[in-house]
Ligand binder design. Structure first.
Ligand code: C2E
Ligand code: CA
Ligand code: CA
Length: 322
């Protein structure tokens, strides 16, 4: 009807007889190759079938199926990594980190399954579970006598954040678990906000209006855009572990790290130094007056019961003594 359409093509190629001896298996192979071609940047290209690629596609599909089962069979568990509040020299918070205990494959890293869960949309369901579990746990900790300044941080994926009712979901979960919003922190990344900066700003403002703390995660790698920092009303800036290790390695990165901490302070952001593994790193970030410190030096992520001990018995951490 007089409209111009601009279309692109993605082609998967399979060759007889190596890639399949029957029409059915040839088509399957070409589909698999096409799926891979679509996953490549830019699309609009072609891809020959290869056994290696096929294995990847099959693995991916297998993982998708297994995530479904994992949800049904409750194979997910929440771990918590304590954060040291430098001002009060006490542990007032923790980051909730999901763990998948696969019945045969053992522990599967979130770095491996979160991207698959995002692609299939399953992350929305998983994300709700994460929020609910962390909120319940925080409530329990408060009831057990953990100081009232407790704050549990939960990672929110870009797909969840973009859901129409995201803030509503958060509010509902807070209500359902009886946790006050000030005990919850939400961690998002730059990739989450960059899709639609204006919309992101609204969601962040909404969350903060509800009383939830908002942190920008993994800063110092990737884009590290000042544009986002200028436009979004954030509470916390989390500096990435890789950024810290680079800062320890060379003078120029060290200057950048210190500069970003100073700049964040100027715009009233709290800074969390992530991935503090050594006393040298600790001394360094401490000298920059960061607000909170997180990393293996203080504690690895631990299960809920160990975290309870950690929070209730400060003497269980003695690393700062040396
Ligand atoms: P992240 O949000 O940057 O989380 C920090 C990661 O660094 C965690 O890995 C933690 O175990 C690790 N880490 C903490 N301190 C140190 C340290 O001192 N040294 C080293 N080498 N590593 C340290 P983990 O638990 O494997 O999580 C990986 C990523 O998966 C997270 O990165 C986050 O992006 C994602 N993720 C984890 N849990 C969730 C979740 O519940 N929801 C969503 N959407 N994503 C999650
Ligand atoms: Ca995080
Ligand atoms: Ca991080």
């Amino acid at each position: 009807s007089d409209h111009d359409l601009f279309i692109t093509t993605t082609i998967g190629v399979a060759l007889y007889p190596n890639d399949g001896e029957s029409p059915k298996s040839l088509i399957e192979s070409s589909r698999s190759a096409q799926k891979q071609a679509k996953a490549n940047v830019g699309k609009n290209n072609y891809q020959f079938f290869s056994k290696e690629i096929n294995e990847k596609v099959v693995d991916q599909m297998q993982l998708e199926l297994e995530i479904h089962t994992a949800i049904e069979e409750r194979q997910f568990n929440m771990f918590y990594q304590p954060k040291l509040d430098v001002g009060t020299d006490s542990v007032l918070g923790a980051e909730a980190l999901i763990r998948w205990e696969h019945p045969t494959k053992g522990m599967i890293s979130p770095d491996d399954f979160i991207p698959v869960a995002e692609k299939t949309g399953l992350i929305v369901q998983i994300g709700k579970w994460c929020l609910r579990t962390a909120c319940k746990q925080a409530k329990l900790l408060l009831e057990q006598g953990v100081p009232d300044s407790l704050r549990i941080a939960v990672n929110v994926s870009a797909v969840e954040f973009a859901e129409k009712d995201f803030v509503k979901t958060v509010v509902e979960i807070l209500k359902e678990t009886g946790l006050q919003a000030r005990h919850l922190e939400v961690e998002i990344t730059e990739t989450t906000v960059m899709n639609d900066l204006d919309e992101s700003r609204k969601i962040i403002d909404d969350l903060r209006y509800q009383g939830v703390t908002v942190a920008l995660d993994d800063f110092g790698t990737g884009y590290s855009s000042f544009n986002y920092l200028g436009k979004l009303n954030l509470d916390v800036l989390k500096l990435d572990r890789k950024f810290l290790s680079e800062a320890m390695g060379n003078e120029r990165s060290r200057t950048l790290y210190a500069g970003i901490v100073a700049m964040a302070h100027e715009i009233k952001l709290k800074v969390v130094a992530e991935g503090v593994e050594t006393q040298t790193e600790y001394n360094y970030v401490n000298s920059l007056n960061v607000s909170e410190i997180q990393g293996y030096l203080l504690s690895k992520p631990i299960d809920a019961s160990r975290m309870t001990t950690f929070l209730l018995a400060p003497e269980s951490r003695d690393f700062l003594a040396n």
